[in-house]
Design a protein around this ligand. Sequence first.
Ligand SMILES: Cc1ncc(COP(=O)(O)O)c(C=O)c1O
Length: 395
Amino acid sequence: MPKNIDINSIARPNVVKLMPYRSTREDYSGEVFLDSNESSFGPANLVSNSSPPIPASQELNPLQTNRYPDPYCSKVKERLIAKLDCGLSTDNIFVSSGGDEAIDNLTRVFCRPGVDKCLICPPTFEMYEMACMINEIEVLKIDLETSNRPFQLQIDKVIQTLENDPLIKIVWLTTPGNPTGVSLNQKDLLAVLESDYKGIVGIDEAYIDFVGDGHQSMAKYVSKYNNLLLIQTMSKSFGLAGARVGFAISSPEVIKLMNSIKPPFNVSVLAQNAAFEALSPDSIKSMRRIVSEINQTRDEILVPALEKMPNVKAVLGSGDTNFILVQFCLSDGTVSNDFTKKVYEILATESKILLRNRAHMPGCNGSLRIGVGTRDEMYRFLEALEKAFEKLNKE
Ligand SMILES: Cc1ncc(COP(=O)(O)O)c(C=O)c1O
């Protein structure tokens, strides 16, 4: 059944009342811009030494970086909509400085400090909890399953908790998961959307482009459930982590509130241009080629090599992301966080290979998260790992 929650009634009243910042350029198209206290000369390093200085030409400064960017990133949105290809409009998209900004923004739109709550399902991405801690929001946790359906939702418990606590304003579900690398069952996600829960269902699809057939984006459900919000990012499959561009994709009601609290110019001219170029039809084809190389490297080189190593207990999560979650063990098969930490440290100090230690997270005992890089990087990593094991097994 379609869902049409009164979004304003679950948002923070002060946010609903807010009049967003509006620039003169949203009301008039100008030729001489004296409204924003910018420099008419252009970036100082490109301005001539003559006296008086001559403004940098359009040729030298094609992106007009002396001017504030489009506050609503319209050109980027148009291209994202074409990629999503499910009938959404620019009113469904919020462009942020990375997915991280969208997560923080959403938390501040819906959660009253000291009153409201969010629900997360560990092991998961840390920024949901960070945003809550910064904003004094209580975090409820229902761990992912570890036995029957590894790294899937404890769906009955999740739904029951959401339906019984009206103070839970956001539930964060990550698919594919980080650090799990596992896609959540779409049937479970739809069950959450179909439940009587009246808050925001935040589904984080940061790694969605790495997923093979059968686990497609939930974007097609955005027009059906007005409390569904997706996070996507240019940082992973598109290789633009340094540009900082992310997206929230949701109903126009939610997007309007997110726009109303954002800093007016949250995505730079340079970042918008990088995202716009990367979302062209040709660049998307190129992104898909790279994703396919990463997935092949993961499945045909990295995972098989690791599975042969005696000090690798199991590859816990792999198959849907540009990283894998690997559990390490002593020669007798015992999983030990201490051993894993030593592997992690030896790789970092002796081989300059950096991984992420996730051993402290629920269901991730003894595990490291390992990114999938180029084939050469994987061979270098595997060789260094063998050496680390040799050294530790002699101790
Ligand atoms: C699950 C998940 N969501 C969101 C993000 C945020 O990415 P960014 O802020 O670079 O867009 C990350 C980054 O690692 C992630 O793993």
